[in-house]
Design a protein around this ligand. Structure first.
Ligand code: 5GP
Length: 345
């Protein structure tokens, strides 16, 4: 039996060490990044935060709201081609450049992606998403999508180790999505015992990807703006958020009233709720690997996204990074056994 002895860390295990800085205010910090992607050669400029492709987060309304901040949305895969057509017809490139079309890996998914991409040239991102990115099948699917869409930016995942990041990039992915088990409504670690602490996964996968000219998305596990900053500090080029953006008007989740208070339903994409809604229940050979929770309804996402961006800007001022791009270089993490003071709950 081989046991790896290196300690792997999550966001809660570290803090940034502050550094001397010439920056006077967080308003001097630029969160915009400019990327040119490896295979597609496409350029994109924006704030590299992505709303997750979950059906109570990655909605068309979310994309419209977040694109005003140049923030991206991975649109969940349950919209029809007709709904896509309407969305595309009523929005311009400032929105469409900042969305990802999500897809699974079946033949039907492939055809649907082709149908959506045929509607416009303004959509440039395709997000190939399966829970277990270690399947050979994903590599073959990435090759197939790359052959069909040579000039689109392809993201593939999810994985957590450098070997698989390299394999997916060599197969044609511009971006690899990283995260198994850290999600707020994910129960994979409990149901299967499989996972990898997210900060270490990001650090190791970023190293592998950047060595080949690829990029990574740190996906899942951020519960506050500080975690988003830590993900960027660890080397994530993009950070994907589910729970932090759920519960808002634009999340389009089901609103439920209890004792005079409003809540919004939020659930994992492999939870019982999601499978009941989209697949007619949980198949007998599998277990649900996601939770369903009720979040206090939080109104518009506007305040939340500003709060997240403000937090990351502030991190940058503490370590002297004038641009988000410099955050990883400027970051030194210290290992800690405490985070915030919870004396008032
Ligand atoms: P969060 O930001 O809420 O911590 O994590 C969001 C991420 O959790 C998603 O982008 C996706 O990768 C992952 N996720 C979403 N639904 C499920 C699920 O039902 N099971 C698992 N294992 N992961 C999920």
């Amino acid at each position: 039996m081989r046991i790896e002895q290196d300690l792997k860390l999550g966001f809660k295990d570290v803090l940034f060490r502050p550094k001397r800085s010439t920056l006077k205010s967080r308003s001097q910090v630029d969160l915009t990044r400019d990327f040119t992607f490896k295979h597609s050669g496409r350029q994109w400029s924006g704030v590299p935060i992505i709303a997750a492709n979950m059906d109570s987060v990655g909605s068309f309304d979310m994309a419209i709201a977040l694109s005003q901040h140049k923030v991206m949305t991975a649109i969940h895969k349950h919209y029809t081609v007709e709904q896509w057509a309407e969305f595309i017809n009523t929005n311009d490139a400032s929105v469409l450049n900042n969305v990802m079309v999500s897809t699974g890996t079946s033949d039907a998914d492939f055809q649907k992606t082709k149908d959506i991409m045929a509607l416009t040239n303004d959509i440039i991102f395709i997000c190939i998403d399966i829970a277990n990115g270690y399947s050979e099948h994903l590599v073959e699917y990435v090759e197939r999508v790359r052959a069909e869409f040579p000039d689109k930016v392809i993201s593939a995942g999810n994985v957590v180790t450098g070997d698989m990041v390299e394999e997916l990039i060599l197969a044609g992915a511009d971006i690899v999505k990283v995260g198994i088990g850290p999600g707020s409504v994910c129960t994979t670690r409990v149901k299967t015992g499989v996972g990898y602490p997210q900060l270490s996964a990001i650090i190791e996968c970023a190293d592998a990807a950047h060595g080949l000219g690829g990029r990574i998305i740190g996906d899942g596990g951020c519960s506050c703006a500080g975690d988003v900053a830590k993900a960027f500090g660890g080397g994530a080029d993009f950070v994907m958020l589910g729970g932090m953006l759920a519960g808002h008007t634009e999340s389009n989740g089901e609103v439920i009233e209890q004792d005079g208070k409003q809540f919004m339903k939020f659930y994992g994409m492999s939870s019982q709720s999601a499978m009941d809604k989209h697949s007619g229940g949980v198949a007998t050979y599998r277990a649900a690997e996601g939770k369903t929770v009720l979040l206090p309804y939080r109104g518009s996402v506007e305040h939340t996204i500003q709060d997240i961006m403000g937090g990351v800007r502030s991190t940058c001022t503490y370590v002297g990074a004038a641009q988000l791009k410099e955050l990883t270089k400027r970051a030194t993490f210290i290992r800690v056994q405490e985070q915030e003071n919870n004396v008032y709950g």
